[in-house]
Design a protein around this ligand. Structure first.
Ligand code: 5AD
Ligand code: SF4
Length: 418
């Protein structure tokens, strides 16, 4: 979401005749877009911006800004502690960037959270080659007890279908092959009478859209209408990110996740009933307050039953201002670390087994870049979002090719154009 927001900001600056540079010494404006979802991301972001402060000696007009969720959360504190920062802007105030920069009223802070802002009508300045991020809704009303997002990004609001369609058509015209619909709770999209399955279908029918992905859905809002649309349209990728967070119903309740272990497993069964080969990925937190060994075993049990295609795994960290900070952070750090290791190892084994089962099959891969290790190799993704390193011959970035998978090592698949 931050990458997509950064592209919106870059689009606004392009419209004011600013041009992008990769050389910090050349820049007149440096904005660092920040995430505060987990501990550490915020301090890293401020440290990142601090490294540019000396550039002001040579370019006194340089504007340094901190934008996004850390800016939203820490507001005035940042200007007090880091006086070299000129701009502090929350996620709903980016439209003001041209005005603030042109008038150079420094320092300036705006962390107003909006009930309406969806950045409709702005064209992002895209930073990608194959995939175009298209933000369809913002904010979150779910209030999971561990999560800072509802406080830094405000309430849910969705963009009109027509404005999303216009942006997708423009991205296709500009040569993008893949569209990823984005939202904090992407499948609780709701604009007037339109719901997420309606939007998904409308986007799938736009000529030239080779692939559609979306992230992140909430298990509570996965319904049969969504699964039906996914099954009916070949260009909607058969891949769902379904954040689990924890396996034990007791912990899920404390997390305010609105589903039980059984309900989560039912959603997985439903997905597989509609699309047996759909990949399912997840997010897991270990060491939430009150998580006993038995509760943790339930997380392992869900992993064994589902066998996820991929997982983002975290140790719980208390986020000030959330409901969970009122609970004692009672799982010792070493236990958190040990649990994290156990799920990482399990996930590695599951991924490798799943990938090995694909050896010998032919997969449709959309090529999206060069391999970092070997410039003769390219990388791409299967419909199910698996990374493939491939000998692609003359096939170009942006091409869809049939690839014979001949090996699976670590987290990667290896293939050659069939
Ligand atoms: N501690 C650890 N992980 C968290 N996440 C969100 N908040 C926290 C927290 N306080 C994780 C969740 C979420 C992902 C984006 O980050 O798993 O799905
Ligand atoms: Fe955070 Fe929960 Fe909202 Fe996701 S659904 S953004 S985890 S509060």
């Amino acid at each position: 979401m931050n990458e997509a927001d950064s592209e919106i900001i870059a689009g606004l600056l392009e419209d004011c005749n600013y041009r992008a540079t990769r050389v910090p010494e050349e820049a007149d404006i440096i904005l660092v877009n920040t995430c505060s979802v987990r501990e550490g991301a915020d301090s890293r972001a401020i440290a990142h911006l601090s490294q540019y402060k000396n550039l002001k000696k040579h370019n006194p007009g340089l504007t340094l800004g901190l934008v996004g969720c850390v800016a939203q959360r820490d507001r005035g504190k940042i200007l007090e502690q880091k006086p070299f920062i000129d701009l502090v802007l929350g996620p709903d105030t980016y439209r003001r960037i041209p005005e603030l920069i042109i008038h150079a009223n420094k320092p300036c802070i705006d962390v107003h959270l909006s009930k309406q802002e969806v950045y409709e009508g702005l064209m992002p300045f895209r930073n990608t080659q194959v995939n175009a991020w298209v933000s369809i809704m913002r904010g979150c009303n779910k209030f999971c007890s561990f999560c800072i997002v509802p406080f830094t990004r405000g309430r849910e609001r969705s963009r009109a279908v027509e404005s999303i369609v216009t942006e997708v058509k423009k991205a296709i015209q500009d040569g993008y092959q893949e569209i990823t619909l984005l939202g904090q709770n992407v499948n609780s999209y709701k604009h007037q009478e339109d719901r997420f399955p309606d939007l998904l279908k409308t986007v799938a029918l736009i000529p030239g859209v080779k692939r559609i992905r979306f992230t992140s859905p909430h298990p509570q809002d996965v319904d049969e209408a969504m699964l039906k649309v996914m099954r009916e349209h070949e260009n909607i990728c058969k891949s769902i990110h379904l954040p689990l967070q924890a396996g034990a119903t007791k912990i899920l309740k404390l997390m305010n996740r609105t589903y039980s272990k059984e309900k989560y497993l039912d959603v997985v069964d439903k997905i597989r009933e509609y699309m047996p080969d759909c990949s399912i990925t997840t997010d897991i937190i270990v060491g939430f307050p009150g998580e006993t060994d038995e509760d943790f075993e339930e997380t392992l049990d869900v992993m064994d039953r589902v066998v996820f295609d991929n997982a983002y795994m975290f140790k719980y960290s208390p986020r000030p201002g959330t409901a969970a900070v009122k609970l004692p952070d009672d799982v010792p750090e070493n236990v958190k670390a040990e649990r994290l290791n156990r799920i990482i190892e399990k996930q590695k084994a599951h991924l490798l087994a799943k990938n090995r089962a694909l050896v010998g099959t032919v997969q449709t891969v959309l090529i999206d870049g060069f391999s970092k290790k070997d410039r003769d190799e390219k990388i791409g993704r299967t419909d199910t979002n698996k990374l493939v390193i491939l000998k692609a011959g003359s096939a170009c970035i942006g091409e869809m090719v049939k690839v014979l998978i001949f090996d699976a090592v670590g987290v990667s698949l290896f293939g050659k154009v069939d």
